[in-house]
Design a protein around this ligand. Structure first.
Ligand SMILES: [Fe+2]
Length: 351
């Protein structure tokens, strides 16, 4: 168990990475009684750095943040319709949010006002163990450059996956801290890059293999689960009990956009463990999205990139042992990162 004083130290290190400066306006956003210790730790850390902290606390109305209870929907948060609260956040220099605002229109609006935003919802020991590093950021920058230059992304696995994305949106990198105006990141992110296919530009099939991870269900897949994708839409879901579960889960949203394709990318953090879910069901599962060499396939909204799909139905599916190609260049081969400068201890940028 990490003590509250150690947590304050961690938050101070994190806010230093985020370049929080004396005199900056700093807001911690929370809901109900959730994560009161996070609010206190961040405000104490911000005070140490000479910033002006405050806590904006909203009534509890979203189960998106916990990830371990209720329906895990994205984009609908307690900020929806609360104009005064959005304005407070837009006026801040930096916000730490504990709700999970990703895929919400409000997050985009706040970023566009120049506020930098950090999401922080994971258990404290996970925050400590996967603390951001400059080295991981360097490797993430390499991945960002490679992905930014690509026009197509294709990935395969031995279970039968063969799907191609005609890249249609800018690359987003996450490395666990945010130091630029208007930026967003999530502590921890473990080094990951994502982009999106053009709205009608994803075709093929994705066969999720046993051992791959279904989020937000937090389970290892037991039997192959096959998505058929045509022109950026899921047209068929086949397989065992997980296929039934996914098919019904999506249908229950009663939203055609639930069948869209969301972000695609890969993780780089060798500290993050694929096996973590075997013993730890807490939190949002960032460790599972971040482990080195996983291909993170996801369905649903592309709001994140400025796309038109705003559905609340979002699945993240970290997949092992895949091969991923950018314009036919192998970047990940059978789950191993194939570019030295993206590997731990790899060659520095530009060499
Ligand atoms: Fe996602």
């Amino acid at each position: 168990m990490i003590s509250q004083s150690t947590f304050v130290d961690l938050c101070e290190q994190e806010l230093r990475l985020c370049a929080l400066s004396p005199g900056e306006n700093f807001v911690v956003l929370s809901q109900g009684d959730e994560r009161a210790e996070y609010v206190d730790a961040f405000m104490a850390a911000a005070q140490r750095l000479g910033a002006s902290p405050m806590n904006l606390r909203l009534p509890y109305s979203s189960s998106a943040s916990a990830g371990d209870v209720g329906v895990w929907t994205v984009g609908n948060t307690p900020l929806k319709g609360n104009r005064a609260a959005v304005d407070v956040l837009k006026a801040a220099d930096m916000v730490v949010e504990t709700l999970f605002l990703l895929f919400s229109a409000e997050l985009t609006e706040i970023q566009q006002a120049g506020t930098r935003i950090l999401t922080c919802i994971e258990p404290v020991d996970v925050l400590a163990r996967l603390f951001p590093t400059a080295e991981l950021r360097r490797r993430t920058d390499v991945a960002t450059e490679l992905l930014s230059e690509a026009r197509t992304l294709r990935f395969t696995n031995a279970a039968g996956t063969d799907v191609t994305y005609r890249i249609g949106y800018p690359v987003k990198a996450q490395y666990g801290f945010v130091d630029a105006p208007g930026g967003w990141d999530h502590w921890p992110s473990g080094g990951m890059v994502i982009t999106g296919g053009a709205d009608d530009g994803v075709d093929g099939r994705v066969v999720v293999a046993p051992g791959d991870i279904l989020l937000p269900f937090k389970r290892y897949v037991q039997a192959p689960l096959e998505f058929t994708i045509e022109a950026g839409r899921i047209t068929e879901i086949r397989g065992g009990v997980e296929a039934d579960l996914v098919r019904q889960y999506m249908a229950d949203f009663d939203d055609p956009d639930a069948y869209g394709i969301s972000h695609i990318g890969w993780g780089l953090d060798e500290r993050a463990k694929w096996s973590a879910l075997g013993t730890d069901q807490r939190g949002h599962g960032m460790e599972l999205r971040a482990f080195a060499g996983n291909v993170l396939f996801s369905t649903g909204p592309n709001e994140l990139f400025g796309g038109p799909n705003h559905t609340s139905c979002h699945l993240d599916i970290p997949m092992r042992n895949c091969s991923l190609f950018l314009d036919d260049r192998p970047v990940i081969v059978d789950g191993e990162i194939a570019v030295d400068a993206m590997r731990a201890g790899g060659v520095p940028v530009g060499v």
